[in-house]
Design a protein around this ligand. Sequence first.
Ligand SMILES: C[S@@+](CC[C@H](N)C(=O)[O-])C[C@H]1O[C@@H](n2cnc3c(N)ncnc32)[C@H](O)[C@@H]1O
Length: 304
Amino acid sequence: MTFFEQLKLERDLWWQRKDGQRIRTVLDALPRIEAHFEIQNGIVCVGDSNDQHKDKWIESAKSLIPWKKGPFKLCGEHIDAEWRSDMKWDRLVGQLGNLCGAKVLDIGCNNGYFLFRLAELGVELAHGIDPVLPFAAQYELIQRASGLQNIKFDLFGVEHVDQWKDSWDCIFHMGIVYHHRSPIHQLLAIREALVPGGTAIIETIGIPGTESIALFPQDRYARMGNVWFVPTLPCLVSWAEKAKFIDIEVISDSDLTSEEQRLTAWCPPPSQSLIDGLDPQDPSKTIEGHPAPRRFMIKVRKKA
Ligand SMILES: C[S@@+](CC[C@H](N)C(=O)[O-])C[C@H]1O[C@@H](n2cnc3c(N)ncnc32)[C@H](O)[C@@H]1O
């Protein structure tokens, strides 16, 4: 048995945990609906708005609140998630090149919004990994209503990526690096996991600045407790160079706005969003007095 077959068996047991059982019951009780998939103005639309079982599906989606990533439309119902992930996609898609027939890994894929966007590009496989059960459940709900076969989700983590060698044409590593204590190790593992000549998209929050430095918040950053290193853009580029990537290109260096990240009916309080992490008197600072987050995205390549 391979490492990943063994890991999958172990992670499938997570559904037997208390919260896992509740979610599994919701998903297993869903009646069959006619699968449907299309993208409309950045919204991933699945299921049919005339389906006789639509109320049951929408009720199940509501039981999985909060939805952090989207937007989705399920049987005509707009799931307006906290994040307008379509805005990140718009910054990214022009840089991806032709992914028709490619194998893509999305590390920390949340509910898989980007997997559905990749499916539309004709990839052979878009494989998302994220070790959080409620996100796996949201993915399963949308995937079943979409009928798509070229996407896949596993409850794996970034710490398992070093088990893949020369495997992926493209890897997304977005919104992950600052949550972990070894940025360079992660980037090295990603390089190993790419096929020679393969491409990775690295996206992160960052701080303004022209020096190659990273903020190491002593305590919280924008109310988040699990933030380790927050780089300047030159620092992110240096990390990629140290990990021996080539053809490093800056794709975006943008403000994070409450148009892109905000609370909604599908991600209501007590969840918190961008605005809660910023100083109400001076939004250029976090509530703790650090520089407010920007978002950086770079594209890098493994030597052929
Ligand atoms: C800030 S979100 C980014 C989501 C998405 N990649 C994006 O760019 O919008 C961080 C994601 O990392 C996931 N995560 C948490 N621990 C992880 C781990 N050990 N490995 C991979 N992903 C993890 C979280 O569940 C969450 O979905």
